[in-house]
Ligand binder design. Structure first.
Ligand code: LLP
Length: 388
């Protein structure tokens, strides 16, 4: 096998582009790093946020590593169960859970529904009663803690649609405790995604500490605290930082969150688990000389990886075919009929020609799963280091 970086480039020659390529050895190393940094804390429970990537083989590896699953739809619960996550390790959040989806959760005896509104709480109670079950719920609190990340992916501010305001918390807990088929087991939080400044998580810890203390003073026990996900990855240097700094992340919680004996702390990590192990592999269809610029036109577009178009997100672009020592500046674009279908502007690449392989790095999270068929394009296929 001929490797370019970690890419088996000779195998790629036989495949139709574009496709996602997952380095499962890196995924396993990432899962080992999570285990090494949480093993000594039996009260830490790490869940994988399925929304980041629900590729069945990838899910299976994560389930085998012992993580729980954080789901946001009935479809995700079913995908998690199919991949081998046990129901009792599944948590389920979402502002708009339908009756059908709640029933999927009940039928699979999931660990916890993260409840985001009062009407939702009443519906879960009704549906649980109809099945003669007791639904465990945590209340998702909107902590009004900002995160230093992109505006579209912060979720913990008062202005966001997520969770229940702190001022309504007492009333909603009282309601939960009054409902026969509901068991109140804790609180859930999430402040946003792609967070690299640990101070943001410290701010969340401080908020959680004061809330839990307030509740305990009134005799309300909070056996489970779920702090959501959000740990970011290094999009600029995927090779140097291929595994996120889990030590720093879990240490932040260890140092700043006052966990009581027997209290369990849940995490819901998505991007940090799968982000670096995936790349979108495409071929150059044309190199086009514009009047002011030179364009590299790929066969992958925003339908395959929407993050640059949607969030102006940066993904490192590498020509993994070219050996040229000549470096040229290009705008790297896709073929979709939208001017936002741009992966990078003024990108320096070795001299690039038609047919070269281009890797869009750090695309394991929110890549394949967000693909669409706009322009009647086919969904991208995927391959991995186990099956190629
Ligand atoms: N828990 C909850 C309640 C969430 O809303 C999310 C992500 C996570 C956990 C996982 O967050 P992570 O560890 O992956 O940061 N499509 C966007 C990201 C949206 C994140 C939505 N919620 C992107 O491509 O950047």
């Amino acid at each position: 096998m001929i490797l370019r970086g970690n890419f088996p480039i000779d195998k790629f020659e036989e495949l139709e582009t574009p496709f996602y390529y997952y380095d499962f050895d890196l995924l396993r190393a990432t899962l080992r790093a999570i285990d090494e940094n949480t093993r000594r804390d039996p009260d830490f429970c790490v869940h994988y946020a399925v929304k980041a990537n629900a590729n069945p083989q990838l899910l299976r590896i994560i389930a085998q590593a012992g993580l729980g699953a954080d789901c946001v739809s009935g479809g995700e619960i079913l995908a998690a169960i199919k991949a081998g996550f046990p129901g009792h390790k599944i948590v389920y959040a979402g502002v708009g859970k339908t009756d059908r989806e709640i029933n999927i959760g009940l039928d699979n005896d999931i660990f916890c529904f993260n409840v985001e509104s009062e009407p939702e709480l009443r519906v879960i109670d009704e549906l649980a009663r109809a099945k003669g079950k007791l639904a465990r719920i945590a209340i998702r609190v909107n902590p009004d803690v900002g995160a230093h990340t992109h505006a579209n992916i912060t979720t913990g501010l008062a202005e966001n649609k997520f969770g229940i305001a702190m001022t309504d918390l007492d009333r909603v807990i009282a309601l939960a405790k009054s409902l026969d088929n509901i068991s109140f087991i804790g609180l859930h939080f999430h402040i946003g995604s792609q967070i690299l400044d640990m101070n943001d998580f410290t701010a969340l810890c401080n908020r959680v500490n004061s809330l839990v203390e307030r509740l305990e003073n009134r005799g309300i026990d909070v056996p489970n605290i779920n702090v959501g996900g959000g740990l970011g990855i290094d999009y600029k240097h995927p090779n140097h930082h291929s595994i996120p700094n889990f030590e720093e992340y879990f240490d932040t919680y260890r140092r700043h969150l006052n966990l009581r004996p027997g209290q369990r702390l849940h995490f819901e990590l998505g991007r940090a688990v799968v982000g670096q192990c995936g790349s979108l592999i495409s071929r150059v269809i044309y190199v086009k000389e514009g009047t002011k610029k030179r364009f590299v036109i790929l066969d992958a577009g925003m339908t395959d990886l929407i993050r640059p178009a949607l969030y102006q997100a940066y993904h490192r672009i590498e020509n993994i075919s070219s050996d040229s020592e000549i470096v040229e500046r290009y705008d790297v674009v896709g073929p979709v009929c939208e001017s936002s279908d741009v992966f990078g502007k003024a990108v320096d690449l070795p001299l690039t020609k038609r047919g070269d392989f281009i890797a869009l790095r750090s695309a394991g999270a929110y890549g394949e799963i967000m693909a669409s068929q706009y322009n009647c394009r086919e969904l991208p296929k995927s391959y991995n280091s186990d099956n190629i």
